[in-house]
Design a protein around this ligand. Sequence first.
Ligand SMILES: [Zn+2]
Length: 108
Amino acid sequence: MIFETVREQIALPDAAQLYGISSRNGNIRCIFHADSNPLMKLYTDHFHCFGCGAHGDVTDFTAQLYGLSKLEAARKLRIIVISATAAAAAFGTIAVIRKVKSNKAAML
Ligand SMILES: [Zn+2]
């Protein structure tokens, strides 16, 4: 299933970084509500906003950020995985993909 696959292959903080969103200790301004403070926390396998309660995984994050359906977002993430895998094969680096080893929340 594509949703589980991309969730396991791309850590959310890495995806956010790819999208040009910088965080401080994993905290960013929420992309779901008008957030003047960084109330959204990025974990390896999910995000949570302590302001509005938004919660989800890397696919939900991508869908919201780009105005895509969940399926479109998962396809976008799959392309990123394929591209990063090809780059790693060519250049010997796989920094973009950090396999989620457990469901335990990990900070950036
Ligand atoms: Zn929020």
